[in-house]
Design a protein around this ligand. Structure first.
Ligand code: CP
Length: 313
């Protein structure tokens, strides 16, 4: 089944079948990555431009590796060092990239909606690699992939997302993705970092519950996901002091004993160790944080393949 989409901007409107198509395709991509020569000719002759106007390690590198593993030509552009620094507008930058012959643009930007603007001005496909506080769809898909590998089925799982939901585009995309697949999503953290309105967000597709008391939220959880405290996006006054935050909402090995004994520990990275997660939880036997990073390549290969090669002619 092809993915009947030109762009990947958000997972909020993805159907269950579309999520499963991406995850199944990522399984096939993993077999490419297990070969002695980790390369398939699928996207030979295609050009991918990674436009990262905000910092990134995991997403940028894994999109680059994903494109190269499928034999595409991959070019990286950052705001720093590009003509954006000389005042070139975003729209003129899109026109320039189109004129240079891109087949797909991967874009990270501080403004929510920047990838939608790109999709309007570019003739090629656009993938959102994180826009403002709105979404990070490829992260949600790799998180779903990682949990499915361990749990087999996402239906009925209890996922607890802990911490700075307010500033987290990962949380927004994960809430949509996991709820769409039938998981029960709980949010926990200080009231100042949990935006109101998530109960309405899912509109009959699933249930998002808010439980400020982390010990109660984590009770019987199948997946516990800590979020980075995004100090750089906080104007101030949103947190109790950091030690108090770690005591009440930090994920530790001791606290995990309340979760299911097979519970998975996740974090999208980068981590503030000792704040939202302790080293004994981040590197303990239940942690799949490294697997999340590794799976990012296969999932992003699947995304590139489905948008560029798997599209109906
Ligand atoms: N998870 C994530 O988006 O990490 P990077 O910012 O390193 O890409």
């Amino acid at each position: 089944m092809p993915l009947h989409r030109k762009h990947l901007i958000d997972v909020a409107d993805f159907s269950r079948d579309e999520v499963e198509l991406v995850l199944d395709t990522a399984e096939a991509m993993r077999t490419v990555l297990e070969r002695p020569i980790r390369r398939a000719p699928t996207l030979r002759g295609k050009s991918i431009v990674n436009m990262f106007f905000e910092p990134s390690t995991r997403t940028r590198i894994s999109f680059e590796l994903a494109g190269k593993s499928l034999s595409a030509d991959v070019v990286n552009v950052a705001a720093s060092g590009s003509s954006v620094e000389k005042g070139e507008s975003l729209v003129d930058t899109f026109h320039t990239i189109q004129a240079l012959g891109a087949d797909l643009v991967v874009m990270r930007h501080a403004c929510a909606g920047a990838p939608d603007l790109a999709a309007r001005h570019l003739a090629c496909s656009v993938v959102n690699a994180g826009d403002g506080l709105r979404g990070h769809p490829s992260q949600a898909l790799l998180d779903l992939f990682t949990v499915r590998q361990h749990a087999g089925d996402l239906e009925g799982l209890k996922l607890v997302i802990v911490g700075d939901v307010l500033h987290s585009r990962v949380a927004r995309s994960d809430i949509w993705g996991f709820a769409r697949m039938g998981a029960h999503v709980y949010l926990s953290g200080p009231p100042t970092l949990l935006p109101a309105g998530f109960g309405d967000l899912l509109d009959g597709d699933g249930v998002v519950r808010v439980e400020h008391d982390l010990d109660r939220a984590i009770d019987g959880a199948d997946v516990v996901m800590a979020l980075r405290i995004q100090k750089e996006r906080m104007a101030g006054g949103l947190l109790p002091d950091l030690r108090e935050y770690a005591r009440r909402w930090g994920i530790t090995a001791a606290r995990l004993r309340r979760a299911d004994r097979r519970a998975l520990v996740m974090h999208p990275g980068p981590m503030n160790q000792g704040l939202e997660i302790s080293p004994d939880a981040a590197y303990g036997p239940q942690s799949v944080i490294t697997e999340q990073v590794t799976n990012g390549v296969a999932v992003r290969m699947a995304i590139l393949y489905l948008l560029l090669a798997g599209a109906p002619t």
